[in-house]
Write a protein that binds this ligand. Sequence first.
Ligand SMILES: Nc1nc2c(ncn2[C@@H]2O[C@H](COP(=O)(O)OP(=O)(O)OP(=O)(O)O)[C@@H](O)[C@H]2O)c(=O)[nH]1
Ligand SMILES: [Mg+2]
Length: 327
Amino acid sequence: MRFIDEVEIRVRAGKGGNGIVSFHRAPFVSKGGPDGGDGGSGGNVVFRASAQLSTLEDVTLHRFYRAENGRPGQGGKKSGRSGRDITLKVPVGTLVLDVKNDRLLVDLTTDKQEFVVARGGIGGRGNSRFATPRNRTPRRCDPGLAGEERKIRMELKLIADVGLVGKPNAGKSTLLSVLTRAKPRIDAYPFSTLKPSLGIVPYGVYQRFVMADIPGLAEGARHGRGLGHQFLRHIQRTRLLIIMIEATEENYQEAFNQLIEELDGFSDELSDIPRIVVISKSDLLESDKLKTDFSFEMKISSISGEGLEKLVETIAERLNLVQEVRS
Ligand SMILES: Nc1nc2c(ncn2[C@@H]2O[C@H](COP(=O)(O)OP(=O)(O)OP(=O)(O)O)[C@@H](O)[C@H]2O)c(=O)[nH]1
Ligand SMILES: [Mg+2]
């Protein structure tokens, strides 16, 4: 799966149609009154959130989107037709920013939510609007106004229920690959994951949750030194984090503290997310009793399968997917 999570496009709303100068003509009427109609307004550029989409790929088909112009007014005081809006569908969770000042225009958080990013220009007035008792034959009409034009950046925070957090090589991608049908890249060296990927973990008969794998967090990642940093925002909206500490790590507490420091330093949003701390690659431990003061919830191994069922169950519980069966 390819994730396009940041896209820039240019949008232009439609120009308003011009008002026109026209005079009523009829047989035997030499000087008919002014009857020039107004121009129609230009179409808007609208963003619409859709729960059906999960990436920004669709919007990247073009770099420039424009809505239709309004039509000029017509004789007989008829207004021109308004330009049609153009609606761009983006996934729920898309942030829309104005590139010029980096200002957030809207955070599209709910399905079918709409936002006008560029407003169409209003149509000009036709000469029939300018008739006064003193001037019964006005020759004035207004041009339509230009539509708004903007450079837009869209950012998509991947919406996952659970985020995997760990140092490089902790086994995050492997875990995603055994719990879901996702096929993230797995390698025996750190920094094998370069982009986040998502997978769907089935639970029970009808339940499921979405798990996000991001690149490993190296020390100092939040200062921009590591790769994981730029991806932390992808897991900012998860409801649960799995903190993975490799079983072969020399000092669990230290490794844990480092990770927590990165999370806390990134944002309050991120540091507030509940966590499950697991020791990964438990198959590499010599004895099944871990001699450590470090407090963790469970040991797991993507190779032997140890703890995986319990992990999924615990996640489902914390996400409140478990329904109590009452007899
Ligand atoms: N023995 C053992 N090896 C594992 C386990 N899980 C993953 N590995 C191995 O550990 C290495 C790293 O696994 P990845 O899943 O790529 O680790 P990662 O945390 O995604 O690494 P980055 O993407 O670089 O942060 C690979 O060689 C895996 O085969 C496990 O449970 N047991
Ligand atoms: Mg990985």
